[in-house]
Every structure is written in C-alpha cells, then in structure tokens.
Write a protein that binds this ligand. Sequence first.
Ligand SMILES: Cc1ncc(C[n+]2csc(CCOP(=O)(O)OP(=O)(O)O)c2C)c(N)n1
Ligand code: SF4
Ligand SMILES: [Mg+2]
Length: 304
Amino acid sequence: MMETAQKETKEREKHPLQKYFRKERFPTMFCPGCGNGIVMSAVMRAIDNLTNFNVDNTVFVSGIGCAGRIPGYILADSVHTTHGRAIPVATGIKMFNPDLEIVVFGGDGDITAIGGNHLLHAARRHIDLTVVCVNNLNYGLTGGQFSPTTPAGASTYTTPYGNIEGFFDFAELVSLAGAAYSARWTTNYPRRITKSVEKALLKKGFAYVEVVSQCPTSFGRHNVSAKPKELMEWLKSNSIRVDEVRDQCMSRSDVEGKLVIGEFIDVELPELTEEYKKLIEGIKDGTIKAKKPRLDWLELAIRA
Ligand SMILES: Cc1ncc(C[n+]2csc(CCOP(=O)(O)OP(=O)(O)O)c2C)c(N)n1
Ligand code: SF4
Ligand SMILES: [Mg+2]
C-alpha cells in the first residue's frame, strides 16, 4: 500500500508540466471538478510544446475571479490586478517592453463584463496579447450571479426566474473588432485549446481564446447538474462548429441555446507596438512628419 502511494507520488512529480507550477501553492482554491484546472494545464501544455517559447520572458496578468487566480499557480512573473483591469495593465506592460510575452487570464465577468470595453479596444488597437477567457457562464467567485455570457433562461442568484437578457458572443465580437486570432472551445477539447493557445502565442497581434468551462458549484448547481461529468456532457452535446454555422448560413436564432465552437478568425495584421516603434524611429530620423490639418476640417471644428 505504502509502496503504491510512493510510486504514485513519484509518477506525479515526473509530470512534464510540473516544472511550470508553484507546488507550494497546491492544492488550488478551485472546487472539485472545476474546469479551471483543465484550462490551466492546456495553456501550459501549449507553452511546453513551443520549444522556442520562454516562460521566463512571459508575464501572466489577471483580474479578480476564480479564473483570475490561475496565474498565482504558475511559476513565472504575474500580476493580479483589480476586477476587469487585466487588459489595460497587460497593455501597459507590453507598450513598455514589447519583447515580453503577455498572457491574460480571466473569467467571463472579468474579461467580458466589467472589462468588456478594454477587450474590444485591445482587439481594435491590435496589440500583441494572448487573452484566455474562462467562460463558466456566470460569476463563480461571488456566488453565481449572471454575466453577459449566461444563456437565456438560465437560473442564477440574480436571475432566479431565468435570464431574460441576451448574451454577447465575444469570440465573434473580438474578430469583428480587429483581433488577429479568435477561437472558442469547451473543456471537453483540451487538445484543441492547446493548439489554439499555441497559435495565439505565436500570433503577432491580438489573440483571444475562450474556453467554456464547467462551474459545478454555481452555474451547474442552479442549472444542468452539480456533477462535473454531467455538466461537461451538457457542454459537449450543446456545441456546434462555427464552420457548420457559416457553411449553412445559420442565423443567431438557428443556433439559439448552442455553444458555437471553433476558430472564428486567423489573419495577419500590423501589430501596435511594432507600428509604434516605426513611428517613433521615423519621427526621430525625420522621415515621418506631422500631417498639417486640412483647412476645411479645421474650419468645421472651429464652427462646431
Ligand atoms: C470593481 C469590482 N466590482 C465587483 C467585484 C466583485 N467581484 C469579484 S470577482 C467578480 C466576478 C467574477 O466572475 P468571473 O470574472 O466570471 O470569474 P469566475 O469567478 O467566474 O471565474 C465580481 C463581481 C470586485 N472585486 N471589484
Ligand atoms: S465557484 Fe465555480 S469557477 Fe469557482 S472554483 Fe468553484 S467550480 Fe470553479
Ligand atoms: Mg465566470
């Protein structure tokens, strides 16, 4: 019995991802069966797969929420900021030192509710950040209030009669706002998450990876099931591929109640910190001059 336990401990220590985590901080604060562990490992596996990726040159940034606690378990530089402000802090770090890799972790509340505007503007600015949004369909940490991603009809602490509001599809929204890469998976697809995070990390520009994740304690208990397995089965059976949705020209009402998963966009665009560097160099060497305002615009501005 003793031998088996020792063997199991040794096996665990040999795990290839062990080196990325702060062992002294385990076990995590996550509830049993929470999807955060799946996301955390899938992201670190992506980092491990990218042989040229240097975790020591990476800053993990998060706001407040259960998902926001993930960087605290990673053995690397990290900043735990205030609720909704991970992206502005990440933007500041990247602008100050563009050589750093920045990974933002956050929940649907943190990234898409209080931080929603920051998310859209970071996509528009097209700054080189990788944002991993753990969408557990509610505010998990604070007891399960509804969020902008809570499905219609869902019961939460703040929607006891069922959610009557519409939801934001942020994987689609960030693609329209200017992101270079956007994907959504559920925790049923750890390999897909890893592949998407690899692409996001390599992408020069704004990249968004959303993972719809089970929160058995809050969302699950009030809706599908408090059992993580049943909740994951529900996520899987309610998913539909974005390619199928696009090929068949399905409308929003056609996919009502479904989780659209897959890659939403994957393009190359000029990146903000590189454009900024070019601008500064051009101003310094005199090749870029300030544009004189056109008179008709100036007149209009004066009259206004
Ligand atoms: C400015 C501010 N407003 C509200 C809160 C309370 N608060 C902390 S976490 C949170 C929501 C967490 O939900 P989410 O971001 O989805 O993360 P999860 O816990 O679900 O992973 C809220 C409302 C806060 N800390 N700061
Ligand atoms: S409340 Fe939900 S999201 Fe938070 S740790 Fe528990 S299961 Fe995970
Ligand atoms: Mg959440």
